[in-house]
Design a binder for this molecule. Structure first.
Ligand code: AMP
Ligand code: MG
Length: 541
C-alpha cells in the first residue's frame, strides 16, 4: 500500500474568520490598566507588555500579501481585500485579539540604552496554524505606544516595503527570519528626514504585518536584569523555554544554561547563513536580536554587491561596528550581554556552563560557517585544507570588485580543470564590475586558486554534477539588492505595484536557474552605486 499524504486538519479560513488568542499577554504580567493613557510615553516597570490599541489610519489599502505564509497559517487569500486591509492597518480588531506593545531594553552601538520597547509595533494576537504552530501577528507602524519616546509610532512605505520583501526573500533563501503577511498603505503621510540633513519631507506611510512564533529579543531579558526585577526575568525565561524550547531538558538553573546554549547555537547558525547569502543587518543592537535565532527588525540592512568584508549599508554606523564580517563577533558580544542579564537565574555550575557556551561560541560559529562556506564551492566538511581553500578565495575576491552573488553562480558554471590559456573564464569575468581592468594579482591569484580547487575536487572525488547541485543549493541567484527594492519603492509610491510584484516573484525562487538577461539576477548597475536608497541607508524609517 502506498502511503497517503495526511489530510489537512482544516481548510483555509479567511483572516476575518480566524480564531485569535493572545498567548503572550495571557501568560505574562502586563502593565496595570490605570498606569496611564495607552499612547503616552513613560517608563514601564514590572510588566512584559502594555495594552495599546493601534491608531486607525485614513485609507488602508492592501499593497502586498504573502500567499505562501498565509498557506502556512491556514489562511485563505483575502476574499475581501478592503476588510483585510482595515484589520491589518489596525483600524479594526477581530474577536480574540488583544493589542499589546512589549517592554524591552537594549544595548545600542555598545551602550546600554535603557528602556526601548515596541514604539511602533503592536502585536494583535496569535493564531494557531493547521500544523499546531502558534504564530503572533504584529503590525509595525501602527501608532503610538508607551514605548514611542519622542517618535511618531509610524513607518514609511519605503522601509515597510523593504521589510516585506526581505522577510520573504530570507525565508526562501532558507535563512531563519520573522515573516511578513501583508503590506498595507495607510493613505497618510509620515514626515521623515531621510538623509538626516535637516530637510524633512512627507512620505507615504505603511504598515507591515510581521509574523513570528515570538518577537522576544535579547533586550526583553536585559530590561528586567537592569532593573533588578528578577521575578519578571524568571517568568519571561520560563515562558520562552516552556513554549519555544520544549526540547530543553533539566530543571532550575541547569535548564537556563542549556537553553542559553541553544540560543547561542541558533545565533551562530544565523550568522553563518547571513554570511552565506551576503546579508548585512546593519543594526545588530541587542534589542534587534531574536531569542529564537530569527532575523528580526529589517532597517538599514543591505546585501553585498562587490565582496567587501567591511561593507555596511548603515550610514549611521561610521565605525563599521556592524559591517558584514563583524556580525559573528557582534553576535557573541550580544550573547555576552544576554548572559549577564540571565546571571541572576544561574547558580555556580550553571554560570560556568554559560561561560563555557560563550567560550565555545567561536568554535560553534566556525563549524556552522565551514559547512556553509564549503557548500558554496561544492565541498563538504572533511579533513584536509578545505576551509583554508574558501578563506583564500574570499581573500582574493577583495582584490578586485567582484560581485558576491554572481561570482559563486558563475563559479558553478565553470570547470576549474579547464582554464583558458590565460585570463579568466568568461562567466567569472562577467561577475566582475570592471572586467577589462582587473589587477594582474587578482587574475593570477584566482587562476592559482582555481587550479588548487580543481585538485581538491579531484582528491575528494567530487564529480561535477554533485558539485553543481551542492553549489546551486547554497548560492542564490537572486537576492533583493537595495537598488531593486528602491525601484519597487519608487514605483509603488507612484501607484505602480508591478515592479514590487515582479521582485517578490523573483525572491521567492532564489536558487532556480534563469535567463542571463534577468534584471533581478544582474550586477548592480553603475548608476545605483551611490544613488539614495541603493547603496547606503540611514536609520530613518
Ligand atoms: P530600531 O532601531 O528600528 O530597532 O528601533 C529602536 C527603538 O526605537 C525601538 O524601541 C523602536 O520601537 C523605536 N522606534 C523606531 N522608530 C520609531 C517610530 N517611528 N516611532 C516610535 N518608536 C520608534
Ligand atoms: Mg528594533
Amino acid at each position: 500500500m502506498t502511503a497517503r499524504a495526511p489530510l489537512p486538519l482544516r481548510s483555509p479560513v479567511s483572516l476575518l474568520a480566524a480564531e485569535f488568542d493572545h498567548h503572550f499577554a495571557r501568560h505574562l504580567p502586563g502593565e496595570s490598566p490605570d498606569a496611564g493613557p495607552p499612547r503616552q510615553s513613560r517608563p514601564v516597570h514590572g510588566a512584559c507588555w502594555s495594552a495599546v490599541p493601534p491608531t486607525p489610519v485614513a485609507a488602508p489599502t492592501l499593497l502586498a500579501w504573502s500567499d505562501d505564509l498565509a498557506g502556512t497559517l491556514g489562511l485563505a487569500p483575502p476574499d475581501d481585500a478592503p476588510a483585510v486591509a482595515e484589520v491589518l492597518a489596525g483600524n479594526r480588531l477581530l474577536p480574540g485579539m488583544k493589542p499589546i506593545a512589549a517592554c524591552y531594553g537594549g544595548h545600542q552601538f555598545g551602550q546600554w540604552a535603557g528602556q526601548l520597547g515596541d514604539g511602533r509595533a503592536i502585536v494583535l494576537g496569535d493564531l494557531t496554524a493547521p500544523d499546531g504552530q502558534r504564530w503572533e501577528l504584529q503590525l509595525k507602524g501602527a501608532g503610538l505606544t508607551p514605548y514611542s519616546r519622542r517618535a511618531d509610532g509610524r513607518a514609511v512605505l519605503r522601509s515597510s516595503l523593504r521589510e516585506f520583501v526581505c522577510s520573504e526573500a530570507m525565508h526562501h533563501l532558507g535563512v531563519p527570519t520573522t515573516r511578513a503577511l501583508a503590506l498595507v498603505g495607510t493613505g497618510e503621510t509620515v514626515i521623515r528626514d531621510m538623509f538626516y540633513d535637516g530637510r524633512p519631507e512627507a512620505e507615504p506611510g505603511a504598515v507591515v504585518t510581521r509574523v513570528a512564533p515570538s518577537f522576544v529579543r535579547f533586550g526583553n531579558f536585559e530590561i528586567f536584569a537592569a532593573r533588578g526585577d528578577h521575578e519578571r526575568l524568571r517568568l519571561l525565561a520560563d515562558y520562552v523555554i516552556d513554549h519555544f524550547f520544549p526540547e530543553i531538558e533539566g530543571a532550575g538553573a541547569e535548564r537556563y544554561a542549556a537553553w542559553f546554549a541553544e540560543v547561542a547555537r541558533r545565533t551562530a547558525l544565523l550568522m553563518a547563513h547571513w554570511l552565506r547569502v551576503g546579508f548585512v543587518h546593519g543594526v545588530m543592537n541587542t534589542d534587534n536580536l531574536s531569542i529564537l535565532g530569527l532575523t528580526i527588525d529589517y532597517g538599514p540592512f543591505g546585501w553585498l554587491d562587490a565582496f567587501d568584508p567591511d561593507f555596511t549599508p548603515n550610514t549611521t554606523d561610521q565605525g563599521g561596528r556592524y559591517a558584514y564580517a563583524q556580525q559573528p563577533g557582534v553576535a557573541l558580544w550580544n550573547l555576552q550581554r544576554l548572559a549577564e542579564a540571565l546571571a541572576p537565574l544561574l547558580d555556580r555550575p550553571a554560570a560556568e556552563a554559560v561561560a563555557g557556551t560563550l567560550d565555545g561560541f567561536a568554535g560553534v560559529f566556525a563549524d556552522a560557517w565551514k559547512r556553509q562556506a564549503l557548500a558554496k564551492v561544492g565541498l563538504l566538511p572533511a579533513d584536509g585544507g578545505e576551509d583554508e581553500l574558501v578563506a583564500r578565495l574570499l581573500g582574493i575576491m577583495t582584490w578586485a570588485e567582484v560581485d558576491t552573488t554572481r561570482f559563486f553562480r558563475a563559479l558553478m558554471a565553470v570547470d576549474p580543470a579547464r582554464l583558458p590559456a590565460d585570463g579568466l573564464p568568461p562567466p567569472l569575468l562577467a561577475a566582475c564590475y570592471a572586467p577589462r581592468a582587473l589587477p594582474a594579482a587578482f587574475v593570477g591569484g584566482l587562476r592559482d586558486w582555481l587550479a588548487a580547487y580543481a585538485a581538491r575536487l579531484a582528491a575528494d572525488g567530487v564529480d561535477d554534477a554533485t558539485r553543481r547541485a551542492r553549489m546551486a543549493a547554497a548560492n542564490p541567484r537572486i537576492i533583493p539588492r537595495n537598488y531593486l527594492q528602491q525601484q519597487a519603492i519608487d514605483a509603488a509610491a507612484g501607484g505602480d505595484l508591478a515592479p514590487l510584484a515582479r521582485l517578490l516573484a523573483a525572491v521567492r525562487d532564489p536558487y532556480a536557474d534563469g535567463p542571463d538577461d534577468d534584471p533581478h539576477a544582474a550586477l548592480r548597475p553603475e548608476w545605483a552605486r551611490h544613488a539614495p536608497g541603493c547603496s547606503a541607508l540611514s536609520c530613518s524609517s
